[in-house]
Write a protein that binds this ligand. Structure first.
Ligand code: GDD
Ligand code: GTP
Length: 420
């Protein structure tokens, strides 16, 4: 038997994803029509013998209750949400809920960062892990020298064992990076236990002196566990060259949307919209929720997702964008490289346009640059345009490279602005 744990952080994480994460927890943000972590769950359901998924995070239970129920009934496996009383770090939560993970004695369990998207190689990891008799297997991929500094970096020995691991090094270590997807044997709890007890003692001393404000049960999987296991001969990495990316900024959600749509085309083409099925002009890969209404004279695609109950009027053109639920896109408007929030209204002949922020196509293994909102010179970095929830954009207005917070009424043109 196998299990999976999905780490989703809490309301204090995902800040670079605002304003999209203001109304909905970031892990539930829809990419290619499905909440981000539904893609993880779906990948898990394809692994034979995997029948339980535990989602661990610090969001209030109510935020995930409906999602968890829907997932259990859609996939017919056990799915539960375990709430951390305070963020315990990437391993603290797992250690806290260790009895729930160990119950039923799974042979091993996946640990998946909720903020990555990929063509998950889970079955390959199971085979690799058992061949190597590993304690822990890390999914790894290549990055450029410069970008590798933003990830966990590894140096491998001859057998694929991790000889050296450094989390987000300040100087170059290796271009082989940690993808945040792991397969662990139950013995890992022993290592976590050792770290937990060592931390408790250290925290006790620290608290007596100053008090460091961190929960004593906090354990970082990367710094406390992976660094410790490197060189032990039981930590392995499986380099994978399929598509993988982090989802940190809204721009990376557009990138993930494109790739998940391409995976649908490969694996479940029936999920994609088509000109004959949807009676409108479809170009490339497009997802349209069955409850959305799209006028036959509108043109959608490539790489567009349209959410539930959204209405798209005549002559609309949408490309490389995500339109969330209950939006109203009025006649002859244009939407390019943008995310349109829930319940937002885009007026007739309006133009909403962002700048794509894709990985550099000329650099092999380049990943998305998750650029900060502002450049060092104080100017906004050009990025995709985001309209928050229930925004209203008047007819014939132009909105370029801007971020609009929820409930704004826009009656003039904006360019490179954050509209608060
Ligand atoms: N439950 C819980 N509790 N989850 C957490 C917590 C916590 O206290 N802190 C972070 N997480 C979740 C996040 O939601 C995310 O899914 C994952 O754990 C990792 O989050 P970060 O701490 O933001 O790390 P990172 O994304 O910058 O780096 C990690 O992922 C990279 C690959 O995407 C590291 O594992 C890197 O080594 C790795 O390269
Ligand atoms: P490429 O599509 O990359 O060749 O460049 P382009 O400059 O022709 O197109 P652009 O990126 O400006 O627009 C993309 C699509 O939207 C094109 O098919 C245009 O015909 C269409 N388009 C552009 N502006 C408008 C507009 O104001 N309204 C509508 N309905 N469609 C538009």
């Amino acid at each position: 038997m196998l299990k999976a744990v999905i780490l989703i952080g809490g309301p204090l994480k995902g800040t670079r994803f605002r304003p999209l994460s203001l109304d909905i927890p970031k892990p539930l943000f829809p990419v290619a029509g499905l909440p981000m972590i539904q893609h993880h769950i779906e990948a898990c359901t394809k692994v034979p013998g995997l029948n339980e998924v535990l989602i661990i995070g610090a969001y209030p239970k109510n935020d995930l209750a409906q999602f968890v129920q829907e997932m259990s009934s859609t996939y017919g496996i056990i799915i539960r949400y375990l709430q951390e009383f305070t963020p315990l770090g990437t391993a603290g939560g797992m250690y806290h809920f260790r009895d729930q993970i160990r119950s039923g004695s799974p042979t091993c369990f996946f640990v998946m960062n909720g903020d990555v998207c990929a063509d998950f190689p889970l079955q390959e990891m199971v085979e690799f892990h058992s061949n190597k008799r590993a304690l822990l297997t890390i999914m790894a991929t290549e990055a450029t020298r410069q970008q590798s500094l933003n990830y966990g970096c590894m140096v491998l020995g001859k057998e694929g064992e991790v000889a050296h691991y450094v989390e987000k090094p300040s100087t170059f270590v290796s271009t082989l990076i940690n993808c945040g997807i792991y397969l662990a044997s139950l013995e890992i709890f022993q290592t976590m236990g050792d770290v937990f007890h060592a931390n408790q003692q250290q925290d006790h001393i620290m608290q007596l002196c100053v008090g460091n404000g961190r929960d004593p049960a906090h354990i970082a999987f990367e710094q406390d566990i992976l660094t410790r296991l490197a060189g032990s001969g039981r930590l392995f990495a499986l380099p994978v060259f399929r598509w993988w990316s982090q989802v940190k900024t809204a721009g990376s959600a557009i990138y993930a949307n494109r790739h998940y749509l391409a995976l649908y085309k490969q694996k479940q083409p029936s999920r994609l919209a088509s000109t004959s099925k949807n009676h409108c002009h479809i170009i490339g890969d497009v997802y349209i929720h069955p409850s959305a209404s799209v006028h036959p004279t509108s043109v959608l695609g490539p790489n567009v997702s349209i959410g539930p109950y959204t209405m798209i009027e005549p002559g609309v053109r949408i490309r490389e964008s995500i339109v969330l639920a209950n939006a109203h896109i009025q006649a002859h408007s244009l939407i390019l490289h943008s995310i349109i929030g829930t319940g937002t209204n885009v007026g007739e002949w309006a133009r909403v346009e962002g700048t794509p922020c894709d990985p550099n196509p000329n650099k092999p293994f380049a990943k998305m640059d998750n650029l900060p909102l502002f450049h060092a010179n104080g100017k906004l970095n050009p990025s995709i345009t985001i309209l928050g929830t229930s925004v209203s954009l008047a007819a014939e207005k132009i909105l370029l490279n801007s971020i609009v917070l929820p409930h704004k009424e826009l009656t003039r043109n904006y360019k490179n602005e954050i509209i608060l």
